[in-house]
Ligand binder design. Structure first.
Ligand code: C2O
Ligand code: CU
Ligand code: CU
Length: 490
C-alpha cells in the first residue's frame, strides 16, 4: 500500500522520508481491506479465565505489502478484545513465548500494584504469570500492553497491545450502541515505519529518543486504510491511541459532528459534540457518530501538534514524519446490516462522582523534563527525567496516603508530554489556569501536558513495596529512557 513514490522517498536519505509518508497518504483514497475486528474474549464465556500468550508473529498490514515481523497477544499483531465484568473475579494466565522478558500491564485498570503488571513485573521467557483479578470501577475502555523496564517501547511497537473493556451494564442500560463488531467498534490508532526492504523499522537512536519513534504510515487495528461497514444509525467508536509517540487529531473528513461519550476512566456527564478530538499516546475517547444519512465517511487525523513544535521532517536520522496527517479509516453505510432499534445517543450519561479539590492533603509538582545533553539533540539525545531525576527502579519518589486525594501540577518542556499514572484516576482541575473543556472533565489516567495542568488524583489502590506504581510520559521512548517515577501508597 506504500505507493511507488513512497518507496522512492524511503530509498532516499531520511530527509525525504517525510515526503514518503505524505505520498503514501495521497496515493488513492482507496479503502480496500475490511477493518480487522479482534476476536472478542469475554472472560464470562471462558469460565472466568483470561489467557494471553505473548508471542512472535508475522503480519501483513495491507494486501500489497510484505508480511513483517511482529509480536502479539495470542495473535500475530495486537490481541483480542478482552471483556471483563465489574465485580466478577477472573484468573489471568499470561504466558511469555517471546525470547525476552515481558510484562502485561493493564493501563487504566484500578487494581493493587502487585496485579498491575508494571515495569517490575517481569515474566521470563517460557514462563507464565498467574493472577487473580477483580475489577471494581466504572465501565470503561482500557488498554493492556507490554511494560518491561527497558524494552516497553519496542515491544509495544512490534504489537504487544490490545483493547480491554470493563463492563457493568451502564452503556447497555443507557441504550448506547453495544453490538461488538457491528455498531461498537474498537479503533486502535497507530503509526508504523515501513522501510524500503519491506520491513517494519524500530529505531532507538538519539532522534527517535528525543521525539519518539514515528512512522510513515497510519495504521488502524493493524491495517492500513481499512474500511468499516456500519449500519445506518448511531455507531460507537472506541478510539485508542496505541502509537508510541504521536498524537492524533481525529475527526471526519466532511467535518461532521460526533459526540464524545467517554474518556479514559469511563462515561462523561453528557455527550460532548465535537468535530475533532486530540488523543495523545495512551488516551482513549469513545465517540458516537451518526450514519443515518447513509453517506460514506472517512475518519482522518490532522497533524500532531508536537510535530509542529519539532519542525517538518524531524531531526536528521529520524525516519518518518513526526506529524503525518491523513486518512485513518473508511466508513461505508451498509443496508444489509440491521439497525439496533434501541441504539441511541442519550441526552445524559453518568453524573460524575463528586471529587472535591478541598479534600487534597498534598500538593506536588511533576515536571516532565527533557534535559539537553552537552551535544544537544544529537548523539544520544536529551536526558529524560521527572523533576530533574532519571527513573530509578530502586527509588521511591512519592508516598501518597492510601485513600487520599492530592493536587499535582504537571508541566513539561520542549514538546507536549502525555502524562500517565498507574493505580489512580484523576480529574483535570485546570489547564493553564482555565477549566478543562467538557470532554476532558471526566476521570482520566492520561493527559497531554502542553501547558501547566493541575490534576486532582485519588489514590485508591494499595501497593506492595516490590511493585511500586509508576507514573511517566506515555511517549514510550521518553518513558523507556527515564521520564518516569514511582510511588507507594502508605
Ligand atoms: Cu500504558 Cu505505564 O503505561
Ligand atoms: Cu498504565
Ligand atoms: Cu515525554
Amino acid at each position: 500500500m506504500i505507493g511507488r513514490r513512497g518507496f522512492i522517498g524511503l530509498a532516499g536519505a531520511s530527509v525525504l522520508a517525510g515526503r514518503a509518508g505524505r505520498a503514501g497518504a495521497e496515493e488513492g483514497q482507496g479503502f480496500v481491506q475490511p477493518l480487522p475486528v479482534p476476536p472478542l474474549l469475554d472472560v464470562r464465556d471462558h469460565g472466568g479465565r483470561l489467557e494471553l500468550v505473548a508471542r512472535h508473529g508475522s503480519h501483513r498490514f495491507a494486501p500489497g505489502m510484505a508480511p513483517v515481523e511482529t509480536m502479539g497477544y495470542s495473535a500475530d499483531y495486537l490481541g483480542p478484545l478482552v471483556r471483563v465484568h465489574r465485580g466478577e473475579p477472573y484468573r489471568v494466565t499470561a504466558t511469555n513465548r517471546l525470547d525476552v522478558p515481558t510484562t502485561v500491564h493493564w493501563h487504566g485498570l484500578l487494581v493493587p500494584s502487585h496485579l498491575d503488571g508494571g515495569p517490575h513485573h517481569f515474566i521470563a521467557p517460557g514462563s507464565s504469570w498467574e493472577a487473580e483479578m477483580v475489577v471494581d470501577q466504572p465501565e470503561a475502555t482500557v488498554i493492556y500492553h507490554a511494560h518491561p523496564h527497558g524494552d516497553t517501547a519496542r515491544q509495544v511497537y512490534r504489537g504487544l497491545a490490545g483493547m480491554m473493556i470493563v463492563e457493568d451494564g451502564t452503556g447497555a442500560a443507557l441504550g448506547l450502541p453495544h453490538r461488538y463488531g457491528i455498531d461498537d467498534l474498537p479503533v486502535v490508532l497507530q503509526d508504523r515505519y515501513f522501510n524500503v526492504a519491506g520491513g517494519m523499522t524500530y529505531l532507538d537512536n538519539g532522534p527517535a529518543r528525543a521525539i519518539g519513534m514515528r512512522g510513515n504510515t497510519l495504521v488502524v487495528n493493524g491495517a492500513v486504510r481499512p474500511l468499516a461497514r456500519v449500519p445506518a444509525g448511531p455507531v460507537r467508536l472506541r478510539l485508542l491511541n496505541g502509537a508510541n509517540a504521536r498524537t492524533f487529531d481525529v475527526g471526519f473528513e466532511d467535518g461532521r459532528t460526533f459526540h464524545v461519550i467517554a474518556s479514559d476512566g469511563g462515561y462523561l456527564a453528557a455527550p460532548v459534540p465535537m468535530q475533532r478530538v486530540l488523543l495523545s499516546p495512551g488516551e482513549r475517547f469513545e465517540i458516537v457518530a451518526d450514519f443515518a444519512d447513509g453517506r460514506p465517511a472517512v475518519l482522518t487525523t490532522g497533524r500532531d501538534p508536537a510535530g509542529d513544535v519539532i519542525g517538518m521532517g524531524g531531526p536528521r536520522g529520524m525516519p518518518g514524519e513526526p506529524s503525518l496527517p491523513g486518512p485513518l479509516l473508511g466508513i461505508e453505510v451498509a443496508a444489509d446490516i440491521a439497525l439496533d432499534p434501541a441504539a441511541r445517543l442519550p441526552a445524559a450519561l453518568v453524573a460524575p462522582v463528586p471529587l472535591d479539590p478541598a479534600t487534597a492533603v498534598e500538593r506536588r509538582k511533576v515536571s516532565l523534563d527533557m534535559i539537553p545533553n552537552h551535544d544537544g539533540m544529537r548523539g544520544m539525545g536529551p536526558m529524560m527525567a521527572i523533576n530533574g531525576r532519571v527513573y530509578d527502579m530502586h527509588r521511591i519518589d512519592f508516598t501518597p496516603r492510601l485513600g487520599s486525594t492530592e493536587i499535582w501540577r504537571l508541566t513539561g518542556n520542549r514538546i507536549p508530554h502525555p502524562f500517565h499514572i498507574h493505580g489512580a484516576m484523576f480529574r483535570i482541575l485546570s489547564i493553564d489556569g482555565a477549566p478543562p473543556p467538557p470532554h476532558l472533565a471526566g476521570d482520566k489516567d492520561t493527559v497531554l501536558v502542553a501547558r501547566p495542568t493541575d490534576i486532582l488524583l485519588h489514590f485508591s489502590q494499595p501497593t506492595d513495596r516490590h511493585f511500586p506504581f509508576v507514573f511517566h510520559c506515555h511517549l514510550l521512548e521518553h518513558e523507556q529512557h527515564g521520564m518516569m517515577a514511582q510511588y507507594l501508597t502508605v
